[in-house]
Design a protein around this ligand. Structure first.
Ligand SMILES: [Zn+2]
Length: 414
């Protein structure tokens, strides 16, 4: 299947295929070609370039399909490297309680928080979970996401964690969008282990992890390493056990406090450490000396009214910065990556180029997928966004933060 996309107003996000991420001020630049073409063969990018050199003279008979994208900007699809889109129910009641000034404890009593999401998940069928997660995934794809990471972590028992990972596996079978599954058994201490945190950690290591590994349903492991959740020592034990099963860590770190999560993540060669709202000088220096991606989640800061992670300082320190949606029912009920890119600019003061690189190539790096996604490069997957022809230039995309600017999304060339 050979497809030609011609007369592209601007083809953006071009990188040599060997580039796995952009570090620090390498993120300042986005390479583009004006008046361009792109050729996809069997779902992969075969070639691209200026229309002047387009092999159009080979006549359209050479191609199975020809799209004229006159006037449109084309970019690679977004890489959303941190989501929790498999969940039961929603938490708008908690949202209203927060507006009315209720405390975290009062909200938990009324049915909020991770443990209440876990109760609802335990009672939901695989079919219900699949139906809702599928709807969310379709939304993400329609809004430009071509590769996504999805975590477990509302199970908190071996049975329910496996149920979540089973749903992620079914999503994977159904969709062409690339999906990475992460096992997050240590998201909170399960209700059955209330007051017995170290026993719960043993249970994660000795019961959950071997079961997840046996079924081969998770590529990565995650731990909520933060104040009031899991300690760096517990995190270390869990990720060491997981690495024996071949799962690389991605850590929830420094959302609520200087938790030591960045240190433990970098020490264990984590693919990414995520959140980082409370990351300081020491954490940024450590990240700059590592290949661990600093993934920031501005949707959670926006929704909860928390401080934003120090994205600009991280770039000045020479870190690899990614932005992701953190789509989850409690703290970021949105999977709109265009909005995340806008928040990167509006609230974190990233330039449009830096924000773009954070949601494409560096998001791909945070999933270990940058050999396939995150840029327009020969041999990468032909997944890209076509913007509406009236979009005047690329800066308009994060600027017009609530306009639906996407005309169409091609996943694997289709
Ligand atoms: Zn999260």
């Amino acid at each position: 299947m050979l497809t030609l996309f011609k007369n592209i107003k601007q083809l953006r996000g071009i990188l040599p295929v060997s580039v796995r991420y952009l570090r620090g001020h390498e993120m300042d630049t986005v390479i583009s070609i004006d008046n361009a073409y792109l050729i996809a063969r069997d779902g992969f990018i075969e070639d691209f370039g200026s229309m002047d050199s387009c092999p159009i003279s080979a006549t359209s008979a050479t191609f199975n399909q020809v799209y004229d994208l006159s006037g449109s900007i084309v970019t690679p699809t977004f890489c959303d490297s941190h989501t929790h889109i498999v969940y039961a129910g929603s938490r708008q009641g908690e949202f209203v309680d927060k507006i009315n000034g209720l405390s975290y404890e009062e909200i938990a009593r009324r049915g909020g928080g991770i443990l209440n999401s876990a109760d609802r998940l335990a009672n939901a069928s695989v079919e219900e979970l699949m139906r809702d997660a599928d709807r969310r995934l379709n939304y993400a794809i329609k809004h430009g996401t071509g590769a996504i990471e999805i975590k477990s972590g509302y199970g908190l028992s071996t049975e329910s964690e496996l149920k979540m990972l089973e749903v992620i596996k079914s999503l994977k079978e159904k969709h062409k969008c690339d999906i990475c599954a992460t096992f997050l058994g240590a998201h909170a201490v399960g209700r059955a282990f209330a007051g017995r945190q170290s026993e719960y950690v043993d249970y994660v290591i000795n019961d959950m992890l071997p079961a997840v590994a046996r079924q081969g349903v998770a590529r990565f492991v995650d731990v909520f390493c933060d104040q009031g959740f899991f300690t760096p020592e517990e995190t270390s034990r869990i990720i060491e056990a997981a690495s024996a099963h071949g799962m690389r860590p991605k850590i929830h770190a420094n959302e609520l406090a200087a938790s030591g999560g960045v240190q433990v993540g970098v020490a264990h060669n984590a693919l990414s450490v995520d959140h980082l709202e409370r990351a300081g000088e020491e954490e940024l220096r450590l990240l700059a000396q590592s290949d661990t991606v600093a993934t920031m989640l501005p949707g959670a800061s926006f929704f909860l009214g928390m401080p934003y992670a120090p994205a600009r300082q991280a770039i000045d320190h020479d870190c690899i910065v990614a932005l992701a949606s953190d789509w989850n029912p409690g703290s970021s009920p949105s999977g709109s990556m265009p909005f995340i890119m806008s928040l990167g600019c509006i609230k974190m003061k990233l330039t449009p180029e830096q924000s773009f690189n954070a949601v494409t190539i560096n998001g791909a790096a945070a999933m270990g997928l940058s050999h396939l996604y995150g840029s327009i490069s020969r041999s990468k997957v032909a997944s890209f966004i076509v913007y509406k022809p009236y979009v005047p230039d690329a800066n308009y995309i994060p600027y017009a933060y609530s306009e639906d600017l996407i005309d169409s999304v091609f996943i694997c060339g289709k």
